[in-house]
Design a protein around this ligand. Sequence first.
Ligand SMILES: C[S@@+](CC[C@H](N)C(=O)[O-])C[C@H]1O[C@@H](n2cnc3c(N)ncnc32)[C@H](O)[C@@H]1O
Length: 199
Amino acid sequence: MADWTGTSQSLFTTIGASNHTSARRQAEDYYATEPKAAELLCRLEMFNHDIWECACGERHLADVLTGQGYNVRCSDVVNRCGNEIMDFLSPDNKEWHGDIITNPPYKFALEFCKKALQIIPEGNKVAMFLKLTFLEGKARRAFFEQYPPKVIYVSSQRLLCAKNGEFTRMIAGGGSAVAYAWFVWQKGYKGETIVKWFN
Ligand SMILES: C[S@@+](CC[C@H](N)C(=O)[O-])C[C@H]1O[C@@H](n2cnc3c(N)ncnc32)[C@H](O)[C@@H]1O
């Protein structure tokens, strides 16, 4: 059991680092993304026709992408919406011809970014919806040096990621104070990372 229960106004939310203690995170790290995040991304970036939402949850992002006319492959380790069941990090997962867009499980976020960039062709894109704090940390710094994102779109108004997709409950509990951004890579890009703000 957690030794301090806190509330939505707790220290974690106040500093914008997390909206849940690690002890109480959902087992597969299922936090559904507010669909508006995908709508806004589609106004900012063009993607290949074929997109893989490789940790799709209940398709909160995927449905928006499909609505925008993209052909979206949906997989996840859990079948929540008739999706393909697949461990994205499996060594058997070697190649994908299109782009990749997801909000990955928090605990494997770096591994997801690395894997996504490994398996796509040069020039293709990876867009990951990540906490702004993904910018910090030694391991991530080394990764950014090797693979600089082309653009980071910082969400200037807070977007929600709801545990188990329970947005109503989350809003009733005070919403979120976590800051997110879209990190966009174009494989092979070696320039400076551009930072922009959206919403
Ligand atoms: C933060 S949730 C995001 C869900 C969805 N992408 C969205 O934005 O609404 C992360 C998802 O990753 C899935 N997941 C966890 N480990 C995985 C793995 N190794 N391979 C594929 N999916 C995984 C979880 O089941 C969960 O649905």
